[in-house]
Design a protein around this ligand. Structure first.
Ligand SMILES: Cc1cc2nc3c(=O)[nH]c(=O)nc-3n(C[C@H](O)[C@H](O)[C@H](O)COP(=O)(O)OP(=O)(O)OC[C@H]3O[C@@H](n4cnc5c(N)ncnc54)[C@H](O)[C@@H]3O)c2cc1C
Length: 383
């Protein structure tokens, strides 16, 4: 069993880290969070340096990298700024992976080169006010139009479509027919976010403020037939595959962010003095840091094992749930412990730990809550 990265992967990580240090410093991340503005400069710098082409096949302008390469990219982005990683992963998952998997030759030709150049951002519209964990019970309707103006007319409401206001395309999940089962009759569309009839409203949130999330109202939104991604009525199977991919991306990004929180707390414990000595000398603090390190080591091992399984075509729904559950809970725990280690300064907006604490709270909720991951794991155990 070989757990080492290739020399190219080590080099890739070094390049990324150096670039992100330059274009996405902790001060820059803090300012984007404070001003609630997307890290556009950092996103563009990644684009300029070719990182959006990482998973796109060479014939569409990319380098055709592996899931392990992708995990390295997202871990490093997450280490620099989780919101940057979120923006990158959505584009690569919903604009890259989804189109590579299910796009027509025309869709691949028109979308993948733009993804590879980082010219567009793509978001994901699945959740609705009445369908969160029970996502397949969605009711947003796409009715087919026939005749000269053929295509689909979309009506409904989505909630929590993150980055809708700073994306060019949304991978929208809608119902095109009423099936016997709720998973039937679902179709995915790549919708231009500027299409008339789309109304976007920002939602105020505890964390993830730089890009944030939105409510989206679809009122008689007309899209052409060419907006359909994959087979009409069979979208749920595709959504399931995208969500697996998403779980790898989120887990890698959050492990990077949790590592940054851990390193900040560790450094603080070594330099902050009370009772005439660094607080890291107190076992109550040093054991917290030891636990944080252990949790993070497990997260990283799981992320790269899962990426490896994906590359081998051996990953299962169970593996995806395990890695999502552990890395999400770890990020939350590590950030919470980080606040405790910083004492009163952990609670102050001037210090970064509060952002990790706020951002990490989503890790056990978004993209399938920890309860839902446990349900999946338990089902896999025959329970
Ligand atoms: C900041 C943010 C960003 C997001 N970004 C996106 C995005 O870009 N695109 C998108 O489509 N969605 C997005 N989401 C939505 C997210 O995936 C949902 O919030 C999540 O799936 C939970 O759905 P819900 O909020 O409706 O909670 P509910 O489903 O109402 O759940 C409420 C509680 O009940 C529990 N629960 C529900 N069912 C069960 C069950 N069967 N067994 C045990 N417990 C259960 C849940 O675990 C939870 O604790 C985002 C959410 C947030 C907050």
């Amino acid at each position: 069993m070989d757990h080492s990265f290739s020399p190219e992967q080590d080099q890739m990580r070094d390049h990324l880290r150096a670039l992100l240090r330059e274009v996405c410093s902790p001060e820059y991340a803090a300012k984007c969070d404070e001003d609630a503005r997307p890290p556009r400069e950092a996103y563009d710098a990644l684009a300029k340096n070719g990182w959006f082409g990482l998973i796109v096949p060479p014939e569409y302008g990319g380098t055709g990298g592996t899931a392990i390469d992708l995990a390295i990219l997202l871990e490093e982005c997450g280490y620099a700024f989780e919101e940057l990683a979120m923006w990158v992963f959505r584009t690569l998952t919903y604009g890259g992976y989804a189109v590579m998997r299910d796009g027509t030759p025309e869709q691949k030709q028109s979308i993948l080169p733009r993804v590879a150049k980082g010219e567009i951002a793509v978001c994901f519209g699945l959740s609705e006010p009445q369908s969160g964990s029970d996502a397949a019970s969605l009711t947003t309707r796409a009715a087919e139009r026939h005749g000269d103006n053929s295509g689909y007319t979309i009506n409904g409401q989505k909630v929590f479509t993150s980055g809708m206001d700073c994306s060019e395309l949304c991978l929208l999940v809608a119902r095109t027919a009423k099936g016997e089962k709720k998973h039937e009759g679902i179709t995915t569309f790549l919708v231009d976010t500027k299409t008339p009839g789309i109304d976007i409203k920002k939602i105020k949130t505890l964390g993830q403020r730089a890009i944030g999330t939105t409510q989206v109202f679809y009122n008689d939104v007309q899209v052409p037939k060419s907006a359909v991604l994959g087979k009409v009525g069979q979208g749920w199977r595709a959504v399931d595959a995208y969500i697996w991919y998403e779980r790898l991306c989120l887990s890698a990004a959050r492990t990077g962010a949790a590592t940054a929180a851990f390193e900040y707390a560790l450094n603080y414990a070594k330099t902050r003095k009370q009772f005439g000595q660094p607080i890291g000398n107190f076992q109550a603090i040093s054991h917290k840091l030891a636990d944080m390190k252990m949790l993070l080591d497990i997260s990283r091992t799981m992320v790269y094992r899962f990426a490896w399984l994906m590359d081998q075509g051996k990953a299962t729904r169970h593996d995806a749930a395990v890695v999502k559950l552990h890395t999400g809970e770890t990020y939350k725990t590590v950030s919470d412990m980080g606040v405790q280690i910083l004492g009163g300064y952990g609670y102050c907006m001037e210090y970064p730990m509060q952002r990790f604490f706020r951002d990490s709270r989503l890790a056990t909720i978004g993209a399938g809550t920890s309860e839902i991951q446990r349900n999946i794991i338990a089902r896999g155990l025959g329970l």
